[in-house]
Design a protein around this ligand. Structure first.
Ligand SMILES: Cc1cc2nc3c(=O)[nH]c(=O)nc-3n(C[C@H](O)[C@H](O)[C@H](O)COP(=O)(O)OP(=O)(O)OC[C@H]3O[C@@H](n4cnc5c(N)ncnc54)[C@H](O)[C@@H]3O)c2cc1C
Length: 373
């Protein structure tokens, strides 16, 4: 019997936190989409996601937000401290929260289930992304498929010999992620603390009674779990009270990179760029990738060749700015020279004294700034 031939608008390779959402968003725009993932099941990922106001709105529009059963914790205040300035920087927004903290996997399970029900997700499909093209048929589960566009969303794994070429920055960093309970209310406050060895973020974690938090400590230095616990106890005992840590700390490599343009593909999420988690914006930028792509499809057909280059040129600006900013901040704090201290002090003073700078920071944290119109 002859293989069936299917014709689709979009193939999305990778059904992770961004690829799966892209599938849902494009389906909602009435495109014929297929999402494939090499793994059968969702990997166990204990991380939380700081979802900014823009991304929350996006999840609401897709009908995902209301399905979250755990208690998303709003971020109503952000406190930034460092080892150079004596006073903290404090940001809050009137009305709408700046963001929310949710569990990674909870959101992904909801989206994957929706894709399965729509019959647009195939798992355990391991495809070689080197040879994918829109001119030839692609074999999936013994059937032949033609796609007008190929979207690559396989995360940040970078193969140096791949034709999907990247510029890689800052190798050798890791993020250490863990959880702790505390006896004071976290008061929906997120903290970013710049230490000499690396930045430490503490965020409210989804829970009923507001006495659970998560931390993300990023460094290129060797560090033991005990050293991390001591650091957190030292800085958070006053605000959070008695702290009890979960035993396990999860370690994630940090590989900041920017993907070079390749006219045959649309790169989204961590495949397009992966930034240092200091700003907690990696996934939020991926949401903007999807939004930009969806907006462009309102003007250009899925067949359009110009769509790929327009998409890339728009997204690479935002991605490069975040990449530059997060890497620059890291560089300043890590290299403790007098000139770097001066730059940091100037930045602090600017944010403390100028309302316009503060409001720009808040808009940026909320994902409300669009650099490409
Ligand atoms: C410690 C840490 C904390 C973070 N916290 C935040 C935060 O608070 N807020 C935020 O916005 N961002 C955060 N980020 C960034 C965020 O986690 C990533 O940006 C996000 O997970 C990227 O999603 P993705 O879909 O691009 O990649 P992934 O989630 O990695 O998905 C890739 C998918 O592709 C599949 N795949 C791989 N190869 C193939 C193949 N050949 N064929 C088919 N499928 C394939 C994989 O199985 C996987 O399902 C954090 C990152 C770190 C390291």
């Amino acid at each position: 019997m002859k293989n069936k031939i299917f014709k689709y608008d979009f193939l999305i390779v990778g059904g992770g936190l961004i690829g799966a959402l892209a599938g849902l968003a494009l389906h909602k725009k009435n495109f014929k989409v297929l999402v494939i993932d090499k793994k059968k099941d969702i990997p166990l990922d204990q991380r939380t996601l700081a979802v900014n106001a823009n991304s929350r709105q996006f999840l609401e529009q897709l009908g995902v937000w209301d399905n979250l059963k755990s208690q998303p914790q709003s971020i109503n205040k952000i406190i930034i401290k460092d080892y150079i300035n004596s006073l903290p920087l404090i940001f809050s927004n009137q009305g709408e929260p700046m963001g929310n903290v949710i569990f990674n996997t909870e959101m992904l399970k909801i989206v994957r289930k929706r894709l399965k029900n729509l019959n647009i997700l195939k798992t355990s499909v391991n495809i070689n992304t080197e040879h994918l093209c829109t001119d030839n048929a692609i074999q999936i589960d013994k059937n032949s498929y033609y796609f007008k566009k190929i979207i690559i969303s396989v995360g940040k794994d970078i193969n140096a010999n791949s034709r999907h070429k990247s510029i890689v920055f800052d190798k050798g960093y890791f993020s250490y992620v863990g959880f702790f309970t505390h006896n004071f209310d976290h008061e929906n406050t997120a903290y970013e603390m710049f230490n000499k060895e690396g930045p430490l973020a503490v965020l409210p974690c989804p829970s009923i009674n507001k006495t659970k938090s998560t931390f993300i400590y990023s460094t290129n230095k060797k560090i033991t779990n005990q050293q991390i616990f001591t650091l957190i106890n030292k800085h958070f005992y006053n605000s959070h009270g008695k702290i009890v840590f979960d035993k396990t700390i999860h370690k994630f490599p940090v590989t900041p990179h920017l993907k070079k343009y390749n006219k045959s593909y649309i790169y989204i999420g961590d495949t397009l760029k992966s930034i240092h988690p200091v700003a907690g914006q990696g996934w939020n930028l991926g949401v903007k990738d999807i939004q930009t792509l969806c907006n462009l499809t309102e003007q250009y057909s899925a067949n359009s060749k110009i769509l790929n280059s327009l998409y890339y040129s728009r997204r690479i600006i935002d991605s490069s700015v975040y990449m530059g900013f997060t890497s620059f901040i890291n560089f300043l704090y890590e290299n403790q020279s007098p000139i770097n201290k001066k730059i940091i002090k100037l930045g602090y003073e600017g944010l403390r004294n100028f309302k316009a700078a503060r409001s720009l920071f808040i808009k940026q944290a909320m994902g409300r700034i669009n650099l490409t119109g």
